[in-house]
Design a protein around this ligand. Structure first.
Ligand code: AMP
Length: 202
């Protein structure tokens, strides 16, 4: 399966992607994680991305499209993969379709994790407090002010990706305000009933 987990920052995409990976033995592709790894390694991409990410802005499309284009060629993507945090612009969504078409694949389903904004802000504040309590650094982009910026960027640039997939009949919505286990159950129900398409590896 080629499954997109879609939703605003801090909606729980990473947590759910990790569970899907475990259960379905597919790869988990998080552009945010890959960019953070690039920063940690001090690569050219990492150098370009750091200041942009710290501000809560989007890294240029060509960078993330390049990262994903390379990554989906890896052997662990053969059984399918979950995209977490990509695509984040309509341009990225179109580029993804083209990348997949070249391999006679297509997106199987787009799972939209719906959450309310006030709850998200609370969630991020808690995450920051927990990190501080453990003596761990708070991710610069999880600073509550930066987070509000990321939400605004989500609304302006990422939310328009939804109609793109609605038009393809690929979106399925789940209630992200439920417990983590309940959200997982809703996602599993979608995965079970999703119509097989090209790129659906069982
Ligand atoms: P995330 O961990 O998915 O919330 O991503 C953290 C940050 O990485 C985002 O706020 C962006 O600055 C950058 N980023 C991750 N994925 C993308 C993407 N698909 N397009 C542009 N920027 C991205």
């Amino acid at each position: 399966m080629i499954l997109i987990l879609f939703g605003p920052p801090a909606a729980g995409k990473g947590t759910q992607a990790a569970r899907l990976k475990e259960r379905h033995k597919v790869a988990h592709l998080s552009t945010g994680d890959m960019l953070r790894a690039a920063i940690a390694q001090g690569t050219e991409v990492g150098k370009r991305a750091k200041a942009i990410m710290d501000k809560g802005d989007l890294v240029p499309d060509e960078i993330v499209i390049g990262i994903i284009g390379d990554r989906i060629k890896d052997p662990d993507c053969k059984n399918g993969f979950i995209l977490d945090g990509f695509p984040r612009t309509v341009n990225q969504a179109k580029a993804l379709d083209e990348l997949l078409k070249g391999r006679t694949l297509e997106v199987s389903v787009v799972i939209v994790i719906e959450v309310d904004e006030a709850a998200l802000i609370k969630r991020v504040e808690n995450r920051a407090n927990e990190a501080r309590a453990k003596g761990e650094p708070v991710r610069a982009d999880d600073d509550p002010e930066t987070f509000k910026k990321r939400l605004a960027v989500y609304k302006a640039e990422t939310a328009p990706v939804l109609p793109y997939y609605d038009n393809q009949g690929k979106t399925k919505r789940v209630d992200g305000m439920k417990s983590i286990d309940e959200v997982t159950a809703q996602i599993e129900a979608v995965v079970k009933t999703a119509k097989p398409r090209k790129g659906w590896f069982g």
